[in-house]
Design a protein around this ligand. Structure first.
Ligand code: 5GP
Ligand code: ZN
Length: 113
C-alpha cells in the first residue's frame, strides 16, 4: 500500500483524527492554508471525483455530512467555511486519494486561484 492517505486512514502514521467513523476520517492538513484546514477522506481508496460510481453514493454523501459535523464541532459553522475538492491535474490535486478540504477561520477570496 503506497498511498499516504490510506496509511493515515489505517492509523499507521499515528495521525490524530478530528473525526472518524466506519467510512470516513478527518485530520489536520500538514501545510495549512487557513487557521483551520482539515482534510476529510473516505477510508476506501478512490482516486478522485472523476472515479466516483453509483456504488460510492453513500460515501460521497457521508463526506459532506462529516464536513458539516466537523465545522459545527470546530465552531466554524456560524462564520462560514469553504469546502474544496481538487480533481486532477488542472485543479492541482497532489494526493491521489479523494479528499475534501475544509477551510475556515478567515475570510476567503472569490474567485479562487
Ligand atoms: P490536494 O492538492 O491533493 O488537493 O491536497 C493535498 C493536501 O494534503 C495538501 O494540502 C497537503 O498539505 C496535504 N498533505 C499531503 N501529505 C500529507 C500528510 O502526510 N499529512 C497531512 N496531514 N496532510 C498532507
Ligand atoms: Zn489511498
Amino acid at each position: 500500500m503506497s498511498c499516504i492517505f490510506c496509511k493515515i486512514a489505517a492509523g499507521e502514521l499515528g495521525t490524530k483524527f478530528i473525526y472518524e467513523s466506519d467510512d470516513i476520517v478527518a485530520f489536520r492538513d500538514l501545510n495549512p492554508q487557513a487557521p483551520q484546514h482539515i482534510l476529510i477522506i473516505p477510508r476506501e481508496h478512490i482516486e478522485k471525483v472523476s472515479d466516483l460510481q453509483e456504488k460510492h453514493l453513500n460515501i460521497a454523501g457521508k463526506l459532506l455530512l462529516a464536513a458539516q459535523k466537523i465545522a459545527q464541532k470546530e465552531n466554524l459553522a456560524e462564520d462560514g467555511f469553504r469546502l474544496v475538492i481538487n480533481n486532477g491535474k488542472n485543479a492541482g490535486q497532489e494526493v491521489m486519494h479523494i479528499h475534501m478540504h475544509l477551510l475556515g477561520g478567515r475570510k476567503m477570496n472569490w474567485p479562487p486561484g
